[in-house]
Structures are given as structure tokens and as C-alpha cells.
Design a protein around this ligand. Structure first.
Ligand code: IFM
Length: 458
């Protein structure tokens, strides 16, 4: 199985990579690693939150098997690896008082782990694309209200300063936060991810504080880089093309509301220092006092914006049900294992919309794109024939080319994910990897989609 595409179609400096996140693959949570606890540890251990009560305790054991995983990236011909630092591994309580009084707050074993990982990438010619926060909030900060408490932004800035000082000279790129919509709305209004709140006030505060943390994080990263260290500093946002499912005012209103809440809030704040008025008006009573004063801190100049895209959403809406009448209905297109419609046109639409309305000449990267399928290793030849995923990737890579043809400065594409891994509240059932992982034996088996990238990138 191959893509009917050539690497050269994307231009000579376009980067291809694969992405992962710490909690989803590392494991390595035992006391011997001195990692602190995070809110996902306890959320996952609470019955009813995660399918099968599954946790990230072992995951893909990447904490021990990282050399093998980096070898896979190299063998695939990838240029870059997108990974995340685990805040509780580096700073077990999430707090650090600076060099003089904060020494004990850092976990030397955790710091050394990421030294080895980054050096391992450089030895293999892989560009390190880091993310500071991919959802593993230290429990001590969660105890203090986590993303609902404005002080989390200062703790995040302290953490970013440590990352900049320690690793900044070896990183190609660092994003502050992965998918703030998930950090805020999915986790504080919908209750699907840790900490599992279903509360509009909690969600509204998290929506603002996660961006305040981003802004302070960018400032701290830039202030603490050693002279000569110049990683690109950015943010990674997720997008869903929101379309009305019916030709009704209610459906159109619901689609516009979802678009504002999901797609416009974060890019509007981070790039323009402005939130969509329909949302600030609807949530006015829950906004933190003086939020307007934070907008200039939030809108820091960036070197790039990362775009995570998987699917579209079709909104139905309910007449007279108010702001939160946000019912979606399944669409008619082919669906992945998670029921997500395969809609590559949405990726072109999102990229061209971003460039037109927000980002202009700012470099964009597709930092995640991929699909879940219940892949199995064939007993006969030991292969994983994931034709659906090969087709998914090809159609979305073509969507990228179309956006580039329309003038979008797209600089790279990262497949989600290098490995099958812990899909949060869905546990280990959905498989997103280019590489199959047998969770009993930890054997890695590259799938046909891995081979398709390998052939294109050779
Ligand atoms: O697995 C997640 C990832 O952690 C963030 N973006 C979406 C992926 C698939 O759901």
C-alpha cells in the first residue's frame, strides 16, 4: 500500500513527522521514577471515567523503550518528532520557586530522561518538536483548583522557564499547550476528561486561564532561552469544521456557536487578543474579573501555530434551548472507529480560513491528523493491513496540498500517532498508531500506513 504522492510535491523544506504525548505513551510512573502524580492518574482510577478503568501506568512503556521508538521514526524517514514533556515528571508538585529555593522541586531523574530523549532524536537526525503541556496537570495544582485558579498561569510560566533553560538549545520548536479547548471545555463543561467537571463557571474560568498560561508561558520561554538558542515558540489548537446539519435557524445558530466556542475563542485570544463577542456575552457572569486586562499578555507574538484536525461536526441545535443548545448529529460520511466522519475538505477549509482571518504569513503546521481503527496483527504474515488509514492520510495530505496551492504557508505535517496509545477516556481500544503496539508484550509492529510514509519519504 502506497500513497500516490511524492515528498517533493510538498516542497523541499516541508517537514514530515509523527506525534505522541507523554501520558499516552510513557508509563514509567512507579515511585522509582520519582514522577509526581497528576490529575489524570486519579481521574482514570475513578470508576466510570475511562473505558475499562484503564490508566497510563504502563502505556507503551516508552519511558524504557524510547530508543526503539526513535529508531522507528528514523526508519520511517521522518524529519521530526513531536513529543510532550510531562510536567509532574519534571516538577512533581508542579511548583518551582526558582534556582535559589526551588532545587528540590525538580526531579533530576525526569530532567535526565528528557535529556536522553532529545539527544537521542538529535543523534538520529530527528528535529525535536516539543509541547510543554499535554494534559498531565500535577495533582498539587489540581488540589488548588487547577485551570480554574488564575495562579496556574504563573506556575506554568515557572515550568516553561525550566524547560527553556534546560532544553531550549536543542529544541527545534516548542508549543506551550496542546488543544486548550480540551483542557477547558471538554474537561470542565462536558466532564469527559480530567478533572471531569460539568460546570459552566469552571469551564469559563479554565477557557481564560489556559490562554493566560499560554501567554505567560511564551514570555517565560523567550526570557529563559540561553543566548543563541532559537527554537520556534508557538501554540497547538484543535479545530472541527462546524456545519449546520439542517436548513434551520436553530442548526445555523448552533453551528455558529460551536465555531465560536471551539474554533474562534483560542485563536482569537492568542493571535488578536480578542474573544468572540457571542461567547463573552453568553458567559459574561462567569468570566474572571478583569479578564480584559489579561488580553495583551495572552496575545504574544508567535513563530508558528499548530493545527490539529480530525473531523467535522454537524450541529442540530434545539429551538429555544439557549446558548448551550449544542446538539450534534452523526453525518453520512465514512466513519472511523470513534465514529468521527472522514472529511478532508474540512482541513483545507480550516487552514485557508485561519490564514485569511487570523494568521496571514505566520507559519502553520498540521501538528496532529490521523484516525482510529481496531487494527489487528494478521496471524498469517504478522502484518497490519490498515488500508483505511492509508486512504485517510492520503486524502488529508492532499487537503494540505490544496491549502498550500491556495497560499497557506504550511510548513509541515505530523501524523497522529507514532504508536497505538492511551486514548484518554476511551482507554486502549481505539488505535491511532502508524505502529501497532501489543500491550501485553510491548511488541511494536509497523502497519501498512507506516510503510506508505516510509516509501514516500525514502
Ligand atoms: O489522542 C488525542 C491527543 O491526545 C490529542 N488530540 C487528539 C488525539 C485523538 O483523540
Amino acid at each position: 500500500m502506497k500513497f500516490n504522492l511524492a515528498k517533493s510535491d510538498f516542497g523541499h523544506d516541508f517537514l514530515f513527522g509523527a506525534a505522541t504525548a507523554a501520558y499516552q505513551i510513557e508509563g514509567g510512573q512507579g515511585p522509582e521514577t520519582r514522577r509526581g502524580s497528576c490529575h489524570w492518574d486519579t481521574f482514570a482510577a475513578t470508576r466510570g471515567n475511562v473505558v475499562g478503568l484503564e490508566t497510563g501506568v504502563t502505556a507503551c512503556d516508552h519511558y524504557n523503550r524510547w530508543p526503539e521508538d526513535l529508531d522507528l521514526l528514523k526508519a520511517g524517514g521522518f524529519d521530526a518528532y513531536r513529543f510532550s514533556f510531562a510536567w509532574p515528571r519534571i516538577m512533581p508538585t508542579g511548583k518551582y520557586g526558582g534556582k535559589r529555593n526551588g532545587k528540590d522541586a525538580l526531579n533530576q531523574m525526569g530532567l535526565d530522561f528528557y535529556d536522553r530523549l532529545i539527544d537521542g532524536m538529535l543523534e538520529r537526525g530527528l528535529k525535536p518538536f516539543a509541547t510543554a503541556y499535554h494534559w498531565d496537570l500535577p495533582s498539587v495544582l489540581a488540589d488548588e483548583g487547577g485551570w480554574m485558579n488564575a495562579s496556574v498561569a504563573d506556575r506554568f510560566a515557572d515550568y516553561c522557564a525550566v524547560l527553556a533553560e534546560r532544553y531550549g538549545d536543542r529544541l527545534a520548536s516548542i508549543a506551550t499547550i496542546n488543544e486548550p479547548w480540551c483542557v477547558a471545555w471538554l474537561s470542565h463543561a462536558m466532564g469527559v476528561h480530567a478533572p471531569g467537571h460539568r460546570d459552566l463557571r469552571a469551564a469559563t474560568r479554565a477557557m481564560h486561564h489556559v490562554l493566560l498560561a499560554h501567554g505567560k508561558g511564551v514570555q517565560a520561554l523567550r526570557a529563559h532561552l540561553s543566548p543563541g538558542a532559537r527554537p520556534d515558540v508557538g501554540l497547538v489548537l484543535n479545530y472541527e469544521k462546524a456545519e449546520p446539519a439542517f436548513d434551520t435557524d436553530a442548526a445555523r445558530h448552533a453551528a455558529a456557536t460551536w465555531h465560536a466556542l471551539y474554533n474562534q475563542w483560542y485563536v482569537g485570544g492568542a493571535i488578536q487578543g480578542r474573544y468572540p463577542t457571542m461567547i463573552t456575552e453568553a458567559l459574561a457572569e462567569f468570566m474572571p474579573e478583569g479578564w480584559q486586562d489579561d488580553m495583551s499578555t495572552i496575545a504574544q507574538p508567535l513563530d508558528f501555530l499548530g493545527v490539529n484536525y480530525y473531523t467535522r461536526v454537524r450541529m442540530a441545535g434545539l429551538p429555544d434551548a439557549g446558548f448551550l443548545a449544542l446538539e450534534s448529529v452523526p453525518g453520512p460520511l465514512d466513519k472511523t472507529q470513534l465514529g468521527w466522519e472522514v472529511y478532508p475538505q474540512g482541513l483545507t477549509d480550516i487552514l485557508t480560513w485561519l490564514q485569511r482571518d487570523y494568521t496571514g504569513n505566520l507559519p502553520l503546521y498540521v501538528t496532529e491528523n490521523g484516525m482510529a481503527w481496531a487494527d489487528t496483527v494478521s496471524g498469517r504474515d504478522g502484518a497490519v493491513q490498515d488500508q483505511q488509514r492509508v486512504d485517510y492520510f492520503e486524502s488529508h495530505l492532499r487537503a494540505c496540498l490544496e491549502a498550500m496551492a491556495q497560499g497557506v504557508p504550511l510548513k509541515g505535517y505530523f501524523a497522529w500517532s507514532l504508536l497505538d496509545n492511551y486514548e484518554w477516556a476511551e482507554g486502549y481500544g481505539p488505535r491511532f498508531g502508524l505502529v501497532h503496539v501489543d500491550y501485553e508484550t510491548q511488541v511494536r509492529t509497523p502497519k501498512a500506513s507506516f510503510g506508505a510514509f516510509q516509501a514516500m519519504l525514502a
